[in-house]
Write a protein that binds this ligand. Structure first.
Ligand code: ZN
Length: 360
């Protein structure tokens, strides 16, 4: 049953930073907590059936201490307003060691879940989890720093379940460059793919690993679009026309995603939702609906999904955490989205794009 007790479709979400939150806080995934945004009890309450679990490698020297208050959970990631403050790209050895630690924590969740949570490696497993009430975890890299240019680490991480790679976070690496957190600003903030980045796109295509275009510069976006053989996907970004953050997508980018029959996941971070870009949790759920409306009007209901950034960003207070997800679905239903539309937005479009990108 891909439906919850509320009658709403089950949600499969395009982005969370829950692994990092579990490590930082030491909390269990299986006990209800007031810290962070996602654990299994809150997921069940909110009709969250799973999602993309990001492996994000902090820059060396960033504190592992948990944030003082859960409304600012993204303090563990250094936020760069200006490329001039960017650190040198991290070493492959550091990135791989850190990725292994995060990956191990995710696999521990699966191992200790007693069958309640599973790392999904193909579309059939994803669908089975959603149908069978097993929490579905998709292993995603938010930044390709742990991958070597020769593709050896890709094989190893693929074997462990890696099925989605965002080439950069909001910084520079050997493959490409991400957008800094400036506001207001266009996403056209720097160069695109390096030669190693172009080779990475070919390797990911060959392996059927999804490429995520959230965070990359606009030039990087177009470079990937010209090279890739898969539909274009931005797992957690919004409409630049409504919120002029470089993390959001211009109309031209949205049109290219539509033409490729790709998907954009709505990011719940208030700074990417609000017109003023402020990190102000007093942001109504209606603003999330406005971004969904805009993207659906521009791309059609088959190209829009959810990419919450739970455990990695400042959520609207009205939504709060995973348990609050039905409030968003209710607002979309009240706005006039049909049951079939809601199914697509909640999980159907992710299932479609992943089946197409991963292959049978
Ligand atoms: Zn992100």
């Amino acid at each position: 049953m891909t439906e919850t007790t509320s009658g709403f479709p089950l949600i499969f979400d395009g982005h969370n930073d829950t692994v990092l939150s579990l490590l930082d806080t030491g909390r269990s995934f299986f006990d209800r907590s007031d810290v962070g945004h996602v654990d299994l009890p809150r997921a069940r309450e909110g009709g969250l059936g799973g999602g993309f679990f990001a492996i994000y490698i902090r820059d060396p020297g960033i504190s592992d201490k948990p944030p003082a208050d859960s409304s600012s959970v993204d303090t563990s990631m250094r936020v760069y307003g200006d490329e001039s403050t960017w650190p040198e790209p991290m070493s492959l050895e550091y990135a791989q060691a850190t990725a292994l630690d995060l990956l191990g924590r995710l696999l521990q969740v699966e191992q200790t879940s007693g069958g309640k949570a599973q790392v999904v490696r193909n579309a059939a497993e994803l669908q089975q989890c959603l149908d069978g009430g097993v929490f579905a975890m998709l292993l995603h890299f938010e930044g390709a720093e742990p991958l070597d240019p020769e593709g050896r680490a890709l094989e190893a991480f693929y074997a462990a379940g890696l099925r989605s790679v965002g080439i950069t976070h909001s910084r520079r690496n050997r493959f490409a460059q991400g957008v800094p957190f400036r506001f207001p600003h266009s996403p056209d903030t720097g160069p695109g793919l390096t030669d190693a980045g172009k080779e990475l796109v070919r390797q990911l295509n060959r392996r059927g690993v999804m490429i995520d275009l959230s965070h990359i510069t606009e030039q990087g976006f177009w470079d990937v679009a010209a090279l890739t053989d898969a539909p274009l996907v931005a797992t957690h970004s919004n409409a630049h026309a409504l919120t002029p953050s470089p993390r959001n997508l211009t109309d031209r980018q949205l049109d290219a995603i539509r033409e490729s029959k790709g998907v954009v996941g709505l990011n719940f971070h208030v700074g990417f939702l609000r017109e003023d870009g402020a990190r102000n949790a007093e942001t109504p759920i209606s603003r999330m609906v406005e971004h969904i409306d805009y993207m659906v009007e521009r791309m059609g209901v088959d190209c829009v999904a959810l990419g919450s950034d739970l455990d990695g960003a400042v959520m609207p207070a009205e939504l709060k955490d995973a348990a609050g997800l039905p409030k968003l679905v209710r607002a979309l239903a009240d706005r006039g989205y049909s049951g079939e539309d809601l199914r697509k937005l909640a999980h159907g479009n992710w299932v479609r794009i992943l089946s197409e990108t991963w292959g049978a």
